[in-house]
Design a protein around this ligand. Sequence first.
Ligand SMILES: CC(C)(COP(=O)(O)OP(=O)(O)OC[C@H]1O[C@@H](n2cnc3c(N)ncnc32)[C@H](O)[C@@H]1OP(=O)(O)O)[C@@H](O)C(=O)NCCC(=O)NCCS
Length: 146
Amino acid sequence: VISLRDARPDDEAWLRRSLLAGLIEEYGHFDAEDFADEWRQRYRSPAKQIWIADVDGTPAGFLWALHLPDPSFPAGDTYIYYLAVLPAHRRQGIAAILLRHLRAAVPGAIRLLVRHDSPAKRLYARLGAHLYREEWVWPEQSLDRS
Ligand SMILES: CC(C)(COP(=O)(O)OP(=O)(O)OC[C@H]1O[C@@H](n2cnc3c(N)ncnc32)[C@H](O)[C@@H]1OP(=O)(O)O)[C@@H](O)C(=O)NCCC(=O)NCCS
C-alpha cells in the first residue's frame, strides 16, 4: 500500500541518506563536504515542502519542492529540488504519484533540472512536461584540449 504524507522532523536522517544516494547514483560521485553544505542550506530553507511516499508504512521515496523567489523564474513557480525513489521500489509508479500530488497542490508552473542523459526524462515527458531551455557547459579546461 502506497501512501503520501508530509515529511516529519524524524525523517531527517532517512532523507539525508536517500538524497545523497540519489545524487551519487545520478552523478557517479558527490563530494561529502559539498553535500554537507548543500544539506545545511536546503534543509534549513523555510521555503521547502517535502512529501514522503510510504510503502506499507516505510519510506520508499520523496519529492522535495522549493518555493523560492528566483529571478530567472516567474514568481509563484515551484521548483523541484529533488525526487527519488529507493531502487527496490522503482517502476511501480511512485514518482508519478508524487508528481501528480505536487501538481494538484501548487498553482503555476513546476520546474526541474534534469541531466541530459537521465532516464527520468521519459517519465516527465509522459506526465506532460516539456523541455524549456538547454544549457551548454564547457567542462574545465575543455577549450585548451580542443
Ligand atoms: C527517477 C525516479 C525518481 C523514478 O522513480 P519511479 O518511482 O521508478 O518512477 P515511476 O515508477 O513513476 O515511473 C517509471 C518511469 O520512469 C522512467 N525511468 C526512470 N528511471 C528509469 C530507469 N533507470 N530505467 C528505465 N526507466 C526509468 C521510465 O519512463 C519509467 O517508465 P516505464 O516503467 O513505463 O518505462 C527513480 O528512478 C530514481 O530515484 N532515480 C534516481 C534519482 C534520480 O535520478 N532522480 C531524478 C533527478 S531529476
